[in-house]
Write a protein of this length. Structure first.
Lengths: 485, 341
């Protein structure tokens, strides 16, 4: 006979479940959240109060300044008069009228105003060129980027007051790109290949035939390589390089001139000195980013190579470039190179800066990627070998996809740092947005004495761009993570 | 075989370099064939050089670029303005990035000799001064013993300040700043008792304050800052062109030639010097490779020296600089053009 016999009435055993009770007041709702997150113990409480005090201090100091913003005035003096008249004598206020009058110089520098459609179009086309590269797997993302890029471009075009036909053309191009992305995303990649040439032509202008001939040189090299591939495979790459060099040096210019004589397709030439503001920052930043990544990968592989010559060269290059400040490289680009080149050589200043920024970023990139390579377990390398893959196949199919995925935060960090470093070109007299443009805006007596407003404006734009890059990298990391799904 | 090819390459590169040097030596020919004057200017200095919202440059230094372009190329608009910072200005000129520098640079011994550059004259006599808030109750720079002073680094003003305080047996606390705009901020925020830079800059800064009457510029000028256009060593003809264009502007004021009456005076002036200068009688321009009317065009570009001064930095402008040392020698100033003969 057991004690748990059900027939025995036991008054102290409950026969039915109690209904769940609501959580106590201190644990639920806003109060509970506050208790848990902000005031869970005395130390957190102190931190919370301190944090609120600091935020309050900032807001209470800067809010009046923001709230008293003046957006339409002809000079700082007028701004001050309006602020004094509206909020009383001695009130402080921001004078964003300077942005309203000079915003176009912050965006484009001295780029001719009638030609603003060209840089805006270049930026719009950049989204089309990026779409297949960044998001080749997901159609949704492609759509989103194209639509977002299109919207941004249209807004920019509206703000800049571009001619109607260019807006229509852009709209049509985005339409075509959306269709292509939907039905033949592979085709879009061709546009990405030609985009650099198109972008350079749109931005700098001049005859269309010159960039075309540069492309034709590459095509000629490719044809030569193809023809020789069967007969002398070892010789093919060298022959191709020599063909390209000969084409660029001797054939391309006369041919371009001749073609321009037949059919003059040309845009107003804009010199590099006229570039400025965010146009300059984006041109340098985007070219630096796109070129430093492949260069960085090559350098990282070279540094881990078994071939002593290549390895030594890579180590020397990386350590030298990382060992000198970017500013000194920029000074070399702007002044020292002039001494070495024969007088009268016209080596474009922006091109010089892009080269310097690229090799600088590539050195950092190489170390970031080397970190990724080192983080891969040795088994991956051995697995690739045991499959009988050769070096490049192993890198392309097994090693690099994993190593690059590991390095994404570092790579994007380098990108963001490089984009912000473009403001250093102000030191060699280019009009970067942060200081270069502000300095000459302040040199106009109307705006002399303006200080914080341009910083706020430029800072906000920089933040938007850098924050988007950072969000994209986080998205990419989530998307590519194969471990914990 | 290999040696001969090598020697050939060396000879060829030598020839190319030689040809290049010859081309660099003749700036006038380079400018004429380019059809554009490359003028190095300050990236932004109130009254002296600044671009407006449409990117057109104006200012006292810019006016000289225009005058030279008018004299050499016949068109004052054919100038490409190359903004050069304090660090890049001299290398920019020496390396041939610009044809001339019109960028408020002080004429000093070492810049003239050691840097292998030539000053083509003085277009503005400046000097370093101090600005203090009225509330400080200081009326002379001699009373600034122990003061904190905002000073731009890397300029001659920094050295002048040290010299002045040492000579007067006083001490000071420097607050280093990078640019004029930053200096104003520091000064307004009370980070320093006094702000020192060129007197022209002080006047412009003070005029832009919300309440200019609460600040005073002390009477002492502690340094000589003769600012002038620069060219490279070695191309004397080009230096002459820049120098005499400047003199033409100064002489025009002295003789009463203005942009308004120049057409009339070039035909009917009784003054033989004006006749020579404007090319009515003599052909002075040919002596430096220009045509007869070079000076006439230079003056018509922006007026004579006095007109340029009045339009860009003079008392009628918000900057409100008095002529002072920059008046004609006949009015007690230092502006003295050499004779056109």
């Amino acid at each position: 006979m057991s004690v748990t016999d059900t027939t025995v009435p036991t008054a102290y055993v409950r026969t039915e479940m109690l209904p769940p009770r609501a959580a106590p007041m201190q644990r639920k709702g806003a109060l509970g959240w506050l208790r848990e997150n902000l005031f869970s113990n005395w130390f957190n409480t102190v931190l919370t109060v301190l944090g609120i005090a600091i935020i309050w201090w900032f807001v209470s100091h800067f809010w009046p300044w923001f709230a008293h913003s003046v957006w339409s005035a002809g000079s700082l003096r007028e701004c001050r008069e309006i602020i004094a008249a509206t909020w009383g004598e001695g009130a402080s206020g921001a004078c964003f009228a300077v942005i309203r009058e000079r915003w176009h110089q912050y965006l484009f520098g001295f780029y001719p105003r009638a030609e603003y459609w060209r840089p805006v179009m270049t930026i719009g086309l950049m989204f089309i060129a990026l779409a297949p590269v960044l998001f080749s797997v997901s159609a949704t993302i492609r759509r989103r980027v194209l639509a977002g890029g299109g919207l941004l471009t249209m807004i920019l075009m509206a703000i800049c007051g571009v001619p109607l036909w260019s807006a229509m053309l852009m709209l049509a191009l985005f339409g075509v790109a959306l269709l292509l992305a939907e039905y033949a995303p592979g085709r879009l990649l061709w546009f990405t290949v030609f985009y650099p040439v198109l972008g350079v032509w749109l931005l700098w202008g001049g005859s269309l035939w010159s960039p075309m001939m540069v492309l034709a040189g590459l095509a000629a090299g490719f044809v030569v390589a193809r023809l020789l591939a069967k007969r002398a495979p070892g010789l093919a790459p060298f022959a191709a390089i020599i063909t390209i060099a000969i084409w660029w040096a001797f054939i391309s210019q006369p041919l371009a001139d001749a073609l321009a004589g037949v059919l003059p397709l040309s845009l107003l030439h804009v010199t590099s000195r006229e570039f400025g503001g965010f146009l300059l920052a984006i041109v340098i930043g985007v070219s630096g980013i796109t070129m430093s990544l492949p260069l960085g990968i090559v350098l990282a592989l070279a540094r881990r190579s078994d071939m002593p010559l290549i390895k030594t060269f890579a180590v020397m290059f990386i350590e030298f470039i990382r060992g000198v400040p970017l500013i000194s490289l920029l000074f070399v680009a702007s002044t020292l190179l002039n001494y070495f080149m024969p007088p009268g050589t016209n080596f474009d200043i922006i091109l010089r800066v892009i080269i310097m920024v690229t090799i600088f970023a590539a050195a950092y990139m190489a170390e970031v990627i080397r970190g990724g390579l080192a983080a891969l377990p040795k088994g991956q390398y051995e697995a690739a070998d045991s499959l009988g893959l050769d070096y490049w196949q192993a890198q392309r199919l097994i090693i690099l996809p994993q190593a690059l995925k590991i390095s994404i935060p570092g790579i994007v960090g380098t990108f963001i740092g490089m984009f912000k470093d473009t403001t250093l070109v102000g030191l060699i007299g280019l009009y970067e947005p942060l200081k270069g443009i502000s300095d000459f805006v302040r040199a106009d007596f109307n705006w002399k004495g303006i200080y914080w407003e341009p910083f706020v404006f430029v800072g906000v734009i920089f933040f938007v761009i850098c924050f988007s890059m950072s969000r994209y990298s986080m998205y990419l990391e989530r998307r590519l993570s194969r471990e914990n799904r | 075989m290999k040696t001969s090819v090598f020697l050939g390459v060396v000879a060829a590169s030598g020839l190319i370099a030689g040809a290049g040097l010859a081309a660099e030596g003749d700036t006038l020919a380079t400018v004429k064939s380019r059809g554009e004057l490359l003028c190095g200017v300050n990236p932004g200095l109130v009254g002296f050089a600044s671009p407006d919202a449409n990117g057109n440059w104006t200012g006292f230094d810019v006016a000289l670029c225009k005058a030279v372009a008018a004299a050499v190329l016949g068109d004052p608009t054919k100038v490409k303005y190359v903004p050069l910072t304090g660090q890049t200005r001299f290398t920019g000129l020496a390396s041939g990035e610009v044809d001339m520098l019109s960028r408020n640079s002080t004429w000093t011994f070492s810049r003239d000799t050691d840097l292998k550059l030539d000053f083509a004259g003085v277009n503005y006599y400046d000097g370093q001064g101090f600005m203090v808030p009225k509330s400080l109750g200081v009326s002379s720079a001699k009373e600034l013993d122990g003061a904190t002073i905002c000073i731009q680094t890397g300029t001659t003003t920094e050295l002048n300040l040290a010299d002045y305080f040492k000579a007067n047996n006083m001490s000071y606390q420097p607050v280093n700043i990078d640019s004029n705009a930053e200096g104003e901020q520091q000064y307004m925020a009370g980070a320093c008792d006094a702000y020192t830079t060129d007197a022209s800059g002080l006047a412009a800064t003070r005029a832009a304050f919300a309440n200019p009457d609460q600040h005073v510029i002390l009477p002492e000028i502690i340094s000589k800052e003769p600012l002038g256009p620069m060219v490279r060593h070695g191309d004397n003809n080009w230096g002459d062109i820049v120098r005499w264009t400047l003199y033409a502007l100064i002489a025009a004021e002295e003789y009463g030639v203005t942009s308004a009456n120049i057409e009339e005076l070039s035909k009917s002036s009784e003054n033989p010097e004006v006749q020579r200068m404007l090319g009515t009688t003599d052909d002075l321009g040919a002596m430096m490779g220009l045509d007869k009317e070079w000076a006439k065009r230079a003056i018509m570009a922006g007026g004579n020296y006095g007109e340029i001064f009045a339009a860009t930095i003079g008392e009628q402008t918000p900057i409100g600089l008095a002529r002072g040392l920059n008046a004609q020698w006949t009015q007690g100033g230092l502006m003295y053009a050499m004779p056109f003969r």
